[in-house]
Design a protein around this ligand. Structure first.
Ligand code: ATP
Length: 262
Protein backbone atom coordinates (compact mmCIF):
# COMPACT_ATOMS: atom_id res chain seq x y z
CA UNK A 1 0.00 0.00 0.00
CA UNK A 2 1.42 3.39 -0.92
CA UNK A 3 1.00 6.34 1.41
CA UNK A 4 -1.66 7.86 -0.83
CA UNK A 5 -3.75 4.74 -1.45
CA UNK A 6 -7.52 4.93 -1.33
CA UNK A 7 -8.78 3.49 1.96
CA UNK A 8 -9.81 -0.17 1.69
CA UNK A 9 -13.32 0.62 2.94
CA UNK A 10 -13.98 2.75 -0.17
CA UNK A 11 -12.72 0.07 -2.56
CA UNK A 12 -14.93 -2.50 -0.86
CA UNK A 13 -18.06 -0.38 -1.44
CA UNK A 14 -17.62 1.22 -4.86
CA UNK A 15 -21.35 1.76 -5.39
CA UNK A 16 -21.88 3.90 -2.28
CA UNK A 17 -21.59 7.63 -2.99
CA UNK A 18 -18.74 9.35 -1.15
CA UNK A 19 -21.19 12.17 -0.34
CA UNK A 20 -24.96 12.28 -0.67
CA UNK A 21 -26.94 15.30 0.46
CA UNK A 22 -30.70 15.55 0.01
CA UNK A 23 -32.93 18.55 0.69
CA UNK A 24 -30.39 20.28 2.92
CA UNK A 25 -31.51 23.50 4.56
CA UNK A 26 -29.49 25.63 6.96
CA UNK A 27 -30.74 28.89 8.45
CA UNK A 28 -28.57 31.16 10.59
CA UNK A 29 -30.10 33.60 13.05
CA UNK A 30 -29.03 37.17 12.32
CA UNK A 31 -29.86 40.61 13.71
CA UNK A 32 -32.00 41.84 10.83
CA UNK A 33 -33.42 38.67 9.28
CA UNK A 34 -32.54 34.96 9.28
CA UNK A 35 -29.90 34.00 6.69
CA UNK A 36 -30.89 31.00 4.58
CA UNK A 37 -27.42 29.66 3.78
CA UNK A 38 -28.69 26.38 2.26
CA UNK A 39 -32.15 26.31 0.67
CA UNK A 40 -32.79 22.71 -0.31
CA UNK A 41 -29.45 21.47 -1.63
CA UNK A 42 -29.13 18.12 -3.42
CA UNK A 43 -25.53 17.14 -4.00
CA UNK A 44 -23.81 13.85 -4.73
CA UNK A 45 -20.15 12.93 -5.15
CA UNK A 46 -19.06 9.55 -6.48
CA UNK A 47 -16.10 7.64 -5.00
CA UNK A 48 -12.85 8.96 -6.43
CA UNK A 49 -14.40 12.09 -7.95
CA UNK A 50 -12.73 15.51 -7.82
CA UNK A 51 -15.47 18.14 -7.57
CA UNK A 52 -15.11 21.93 -7.45
CA UNK A 53 -17.82 24.00 -5.76
CA UNK A 54 -18.08 27.56 -7.08
CA UNK A 55 -20.36 30.55 -6.71
CA UNK A 56 -20.47 34.15 -5.47
CA UNK A 57 -19.49 35.15 -1.95
CA UNK A 58 -22.18 34.22 0.60
CA UNK A 59 -23.95 31.65 -1.63
CA UNK A 60 -23.40 28.83 0.89
CA UNK A 61 -20.23 27.05 -0.33
CA UNK A 62 -18.45 26.90 3.04
CA UNK A 63 -21.68 25.96 4.79
CA UNK A 64 -22.04 23.04 2.36
CA UNK A 65 -18.49 21.88 3.09
CA UNK A 66 -19.01 22.32 6.84
CA UNK A 67 -22.16 20.19 6.94
CA UNK A 68 -20.36 17.43 5.01
CA UNK A 69 -17.53 17.55 7.55
CA UNK A 70 -19.92 17.60 10.51
CA UNK A 71 -18.52 21.01 11.53
CA UNK A 72 -22.03 22.40 11.12
CA UNK A 73 -25.40 20.72 10.96
CA UNK A 74 -28.42 20.94 8.65
CA UNK A 75 -31.82 22.09 9.95
CA UNK A 76 -33.60 19.89 7.40
CA UNK A 77 -32.50 17.20 4.96
CA UNK A 78 -29.91 14.44 5.13
CA UNK A 79 -26.13 14.29 4.85
CA UNK A 80 -24.40 10.96 4.19
CA UNK A 81 -20.68 10.31 3.85
CA UNK A 82 -19.70 6.89 2.43
CA UNK A 83 -23.20 5.65 3.18
CA UNK A 84 -23.28 6.82 6.78
CA UNK A 85 -25.59 9.51 8.12
CA UNK A 86 -23.70 12.49 9.52
CA UNK A 87 -26.67 14.71 10.41
CA UNK A 88 -28.20 14.29 13.84
CA UNK A 89 -25.01 12.89 15.44
CA UNK A 90 -23.60 13.99 18.79
CA UNK A 91 -20.29 15.84 19.13
CA UNK A 92 -18.27 12.78 20.21
CA UNK A 93 -19.37 10.80 17.17
CA UNK A 94 -18.64 13.78 14.92
CA UNK A 95 -15.16 14.28 16.41
CA UNK A 96 -14.29 10.61 15.74
CA UNK A 97 -15.80 10.82 12.26
CA UNK A 98 -13.76 13.90 11.39
CA UNK A 99 -10.56 12.42 12.79
CA UNK A 100 -10.77 9.21 10.77
CA UNK A 101 -12.90 9.87 7.71
CA UNK A 102 -12.39 13.51 6.72
CA UNK A 103 -9.32 15.48 5.77
CA UNK A 104 -9.98 19.24 5.82
CA UNK A 105 -7.76 21.82 4.13
CA UNK A 106 -8.33 25.49 5.04
CA UNK A 107 -7.54 28.64 3.10
CA UNK A 108 -5.12 29.89 5.77
CA UNK A 109 -3.46 26.51 6.48
CA UNK A 110 -4.30 26.36 10.26
CA UNK A 111 -0.91 24.79 11.03
CA UNK A 112 0.66 24.68 14.49
CA UNK A 113 3.30 27.39 14.18
CA UNK A 114 5.28 26.43 17.28
CA UNK A 115 6.18 22.89 16.14
CA UNK A 116 8.08 21.37 13.21
CA UNK A 117 6.56 20.34 9.89
CA UNK A 118 6.87 16.69 10.93
CA UNK A 119 5.20 17.25 14.30
CA UNK A 120 2.31 18.96 12.52
CA UNK A 121 1.67 15.50 11.02
CA UNK A 122 2.61 13.34 14.02
CA UNK A 123 0.11 15.02 16.34
CA UNK A 124 -3.04 14.27 14.32
CA UNK A 125 -1.69 10.76 13.65
CA UNK A 126 -1.35 10.09 17.39
CA UNK A 127 -4.77 11.64 18.04
CA UNK A 128 -6.11 9.34 15.33
CA UNK A 129 -4.85 6.29 17.23
CA UNK A 130 -1.35 5.67 15.76
CA UNK A 131 1.65 5.03 17.95
CA UNK A 132 4.21 7.84 17.85
CA UNK A 133 6.65 5.81 15.75
CA UNK A 134 4.00 4.84 13.22
CA UNK A 135 2.82 8.46 13.04
CA UNK A 136 6.41 9.64 12.47
CA UNK A 137 6.92 7.10 9.73
CA UNK A 138 3.60 8.05 8.10
CA UNK A 139 4.49 11.74 8.43
CA UNK A 140 7.92 11.27 6.81
CA UNK A 141 6.41 9.24 3.95
CA UNK A 142 3.85 11.96 3.27
CA UNK A 143 6.43 14.75 3.42
CA UNK A 144 8.58 12.80 0.91
CA UNK A 145 5.66 12.22 -1.44
CA UNK A 146 4.55 15.85 -1.22
CA UNK A 147 8.05 17.16 -1.95
CA UNK A 148 8.78 18.35 1.60
CA UNK A 149 11.10 15.50 2.60
CA UNK A 150 13.96 17.92 3.35
CA UNK A 151 11.76 20.21 5.47
CA UNK A 152 10.82 17.88 8.35
CA UNK A 153 12.47 19.98 11.08
CA UNK A 154 11.40 23.39 9.79
CA UNK A 155 8.73 25.50 11.41
CA UNK A 156 5.75 26.26 9.18
CA UNK A 157 6.60 29.99 9.36
CA UNK A 158 9.84 29.31 7.48
CA UNK A 159 8.04 27.66 4.54
CA UNK A 160 6.60 29.37 1.46
CA UNK A 161 2.81 29.67 1.12
CA UNK A 162 2.66 26.79 -1.36
CA UNK A 163 4.85 24.63 0.90
CA UNK A 164 2.65 25.46 3.91
CA UNK A 165 -0.45 24.44 2.04
CA UNK A 166 1.23 21.21 0.91
CA UNK A 167 2.06 20.56 4.57
CA UNK A 168 -1.57 21.24 5.50
CA UNK A 169 -2.66 18.77 2.81
CA UNK A 170 -0.20 16.20 4.19
CA UNK A 171 -1.73 16.74 7.64
CA UNK A 172 -5.21 16.22 6.21
CA UNK A 173 -4.08 12.87 4.76
CA UNK A 174 -2.31 11.45 7.82
CA UNK A 175 -5.21 9.28 8.94
CA UNK A 176 -6.05 8.13 5.38
CA UNK A 177 -9.43 9.84 5.18
CA UNK A 178 -11.85 8.61 2.52
CA UNK A 179 -12.81 12.21 1.76
CA UNK A 180 -10.65 15.31 1.35
CA UNK A 181 -12.48 18.64 1.72
CA UNK A 182 -10.74 21.91 0.84
CA UNK A 183 -12.13 25.41 1.40
CA UNK A 184 -10.37 27.88 -0.94
CA UNK A 185 -7.06 25.97 -0.71
CA UNK A 186 -5.35 28.30 -3.21
CA UNK A 187 -7.06 31.50 -2.01
CA UNK A 188 -4.09 32.71 0.05
CA UNK A 189 -1.41 31.70 -2.46
CA UNK A 190 0.32 33.40 -5.38
CA UNK A 191 -0.13 31.82 -8.79
CA UNK A 192 2.95 29.59 -8.40
CA UNK A 193 1.80 28.30 -4.99
CA UNK A 194 -1.72 27.81 -6.33
CA UNK A 195 -0.42 25.78 -9.27
CA UNK A 196 1.65 23.58 -6.88
CA UNK A 197 -1.41 22.85 -4.78
CA UNK A 198 -3.66 22.17 -7.75
CA UNK A 199 -1.06 19.81 -9.24
CA UNK A 200 -0.97 17.97 -5.90
CA UNK A 201 -4.76 17.61 -5.85
CA UNK A 202 -4.62 16.22 -9.39
CA UNK A 203 -2.04 13.62 -8.28
CA UNK A 204 -4.10 12.66 -5.24
CA UNK A 205 -7.18 12.36 -7.45
CA UNK A 206 -5.29 10.13 -9.91
CA UNK A 207 -4.41 7.96 -6.89
CA UNK A 208 -8.14 7.55 -6.18
CA UNK A 209 -8.68 10.23 -3.51
CA UNK A 210 -12.18 11.73 -3.41
CA UNK A 211 -11.91 15.54 -3.24
CA UNK A 212 -14.48 18.31 -2.82
CA UNK A 213 -12.91 21.75 -3.17
CA UNK A 214 -14.50 25.19 -2.80
CA UNK A 215 -12.88 27.76 -5.04
CA UNK A 216 -13.54 31.19 -6.53
CA UNK A 217 -10.99 30.58 -9.26
CA UNK A 218 -12.21 29.25 -12.64
CA UNK A 219 -8.62 28.17 -13.44
CA UNK A 220 -8.45 26.09 -10.26
CA UNK A 221 -11.94 24.67 -10.80
CA UNK A 222 -10.93 23.63 -14.32
CA UNK A 223 -8.48 21.18 -12.71
CA UNK A 224 -11.39 19.27 -11.16
CA UNK A 225 -13.54 16.70 -12.97
CA UNK A 226 -16.78 18.42 -12.24
CA UNK A 227 -17.83 21.94 -11.28
CA UNK A 228 -20.92 22.57 -9.18
CA UNK A 229 -22.20 26.14 -9.12
CA UNK A 230 -24.20 27.50 -6.21
CA UNK A 231 -26.26 30.66 -5.96
CA UNK A 232 -28.38 31.89 -3.03
CA UNK A 233 -28.12 28.62 -1.13
CA UNK A 234 -28.94 26.35 -4.06
CA UNK A 235 -27.05 24.27 -6.62
CA UNK A 236 -27.82 25.93 -9.95
CA UNK A 237 -25.43 24.14 -12.28
CA UNK A 238 -23.52 20.88 -12.22
CA UNK A 239 -21.36 19.58 -15.03
CA UNK A 240 -18.07 18.11 -16.18
CA UNK A 241 -15.14 20.48 -16.65
CA UNK A 242 -12.85 20.43 -19.68
CA UNK A 243 -10.52 18.06 -17.78
CA UNK A 244 -13.40 15.98 -16.43
CA UNK A 245 -14.21 12.41 -17.43
CA UNK A 246 -16.74 13.47 -20.08
CA UNK A 247 -14.04 15.45 -21.87
CA UNK A 248 -11.84 12.34 -21.90
CA UNK A 249 -14.80 10.32 -23.17
CA UNK A 250 -14.42 7.80 -20.36
CA UNK A 251 -16.96 5.07 -19.65
CA UNK A 252 -17.23 6.23 -16.04
CA UNK A 253 -18.85 9.50 -17.09
CA UNK A 254 -21.14 7.82 -19.59
CA UNK A 255 -22.33 5.23 -17.06
CA UNK A 256 -23.15 8.00 -14.60
CA UNK A 257 -20.36 7.15 -12.18
CA UNK A 258 -19.39 10.82 -12.18
CA UNK A 259 -22.65 11.35 -10.34
CA UNK A 260 -24.81 14.41 -10.80
CA UNK A 261 -27.31 15.52 -8.17
CA UNK A 262 -30.13 13.08 -7.70
N1 ATP B 1 -22.27 31.01 11.78
C1 ATP B 1 -22.99 31.86 11.03
N2 ATP B 1 -23.84 32.72 11.58
C2 ATP B 1 -24.59 33.57 10.84
N3 ATP B 1 -24.53 33.63 9.50
C3 ATP B 1 -23.67 32.77 8.88
C4 ATP B 1 -22.87 31.86 9.61
N4 ATP B 1 -22.13 31.14 8.72
C5 ATP B 1 -22.46 31.60 7.50
N5 ATP B 1 -23.39 32.56 7.59
C6 ATP B 1 -24.02 33.29 6.48
O1 ATP B 1 -24.53 32.31 5.59
C7 ATP B 1 -24.34 32.71 4.24
C8 ATP B 1 -23.52 31.66 3.51
O2 ATP B 1 -22.21 31.70 4.06
P1 ATP B 1 -21.00 30.79 3.48
O3 ATP B 1 -19.81 31.09 4.30
O4 ATP B 1 -21.45 29.41 3.37
O5 ATP B 1 -20.85 31.42 2.02
P2 ATP B 1 -19.65 31.22 0.96
O6 ATP B 1 -20.30 30.98 -0.35
O7 ATP B 1 -18.69 30.21 1.45
O8 ATP B 1 -19.00 32.66 0.97
P3 ATP B 1 -17.45 33.10 0.71
O9 ATP B 1 -17.17 32.76 -0.72
O10 ATP B 1 -17.48 34.58 0.95
O11 ATP B 1 -16.60 32.36 1.68
C9 ATP B 1 -23.68 34.08 4.28
O12 ATP B 1 -24.68 35.07 4.18
C10 ATP B 1 -23.03 34.10 5.66
O13 ATP B 1 -22.94 35.42 6.15
Amino acid sequence: MTALDTPAEDLARPAVPAVRITGARRVFAAELAPVRALRGVHFEVGPGEFVAVMGPSGCGKSTLLNVIAGLDTVDEGTVEVAGERVDGRDQDWLARFRRHRIGFVFQFFNLLDGVSALDNLVLPGVLGGMGRRAAESRGRDLLDILGLGDRTAQLPSSLSGGQRQRLAIARALVNRPGLLLADEPTGALDSEGGAEVLELFRRLHEDGQTIVMVTHSPEVAAGADRAVRMRDGRVVDDGATATGPTAAGSDAAESGAAGGPS
